[in-house]
Design a protein. Sequence first.
Length: 369
Amino acid sequence: LVKDGALWLRINLGDGSYVHALVKTRHPNLSALVERVHASLPYNVELSLKDGKIYAAFTWEEEPAPLMATKENGVLGIDINADPYHLALAVVGPDGNLRKHLTLSLEEVDRAKNRGAKELLLWKVAHEVVSLALEHGVAVATERLKYLRKSRRGDGSGRAFRGKQHRFAYASLLRKVHSLARKKGVQVVEVNPQDTSTIGMLKYAPQLSLSKDVAAAYVIGRRALGFKEKLPKGYGKLLGDGAFLAHARDFYRTRAEELRIQKRNERDRSRRNRLSRELKRAHGALSLLSSLQGSPGSQEGSTDGRNFLGANPWRILRVGLFLPLLRSTVPRDLSPLKALLHRGAWKGWGSSLGPPPGGGPKCANVYFG
């Protein structure tokens, strides 16, 4: 059994009583044993006495569980967010439509006093995820473990945000979900997570009134089912609008100049480094906006969301819309994009959102994450 974050063995003394012995080991299969304990799966123990110490040998048999929940019935898409710290889940039907969505808070995991307690809580969350997949008879869909970044963005930046990133146990949680799912007969589908967050924020968050995290989980689920994300007509219109692209480029040119001035006048080394990083990202945004080439007419029909005349349309839209129009690199409110998504009508936003592109007090403290 697991108690206070440690593994204990209950030993029957043969007279109706028993004692608990703390299991101390660094064996590479310890995690597999803990998994079996949490999953209530059987195992054998053989005790031996040597030099006054009791040694326990654990053995068990593993057989692949028959699949009970597969992607033929749909998938449970999973994504995670740092702030607020939670797991986003989206049940996606085989037709690609969203059936259900919810979030599971991970704040308790963050408050855990030690690693053992955190592991217990992560296993609890993993059980909730797999139980939901079994309830709906669907597979579990996550990003591929080998593609996991060392940090995940939320809604902050700077040192405080990096401190939040340090707490992340996403890879550990996904490994637990994968392991438990396979033991329970739930199919696991891993996908390339490239642009899932961006597509979710640009397309499904405003279209279906979802949080950005649930929207990303939805995109992961659809990708696991083989669906390709088409660019909405309104966004295609924006990418063919020279005035929109010029507006975005002017914003970043002005921003880059402001950052250069701030950097030149800044004496603090850490702040200068931050300004250097932001200046580099502003130049990156300009380069991305300049990568869109060809006439507006030639763009029509090339809106599969992966390749737009050699450029990535989703990334271009992200840098062109978020900071220049929504005043944030990761906006909390994505509902204003709904009108753009359908009609591509962007003019007039400047008067309603504040300062003109590139500067002003509302942009002074906006940083790239």
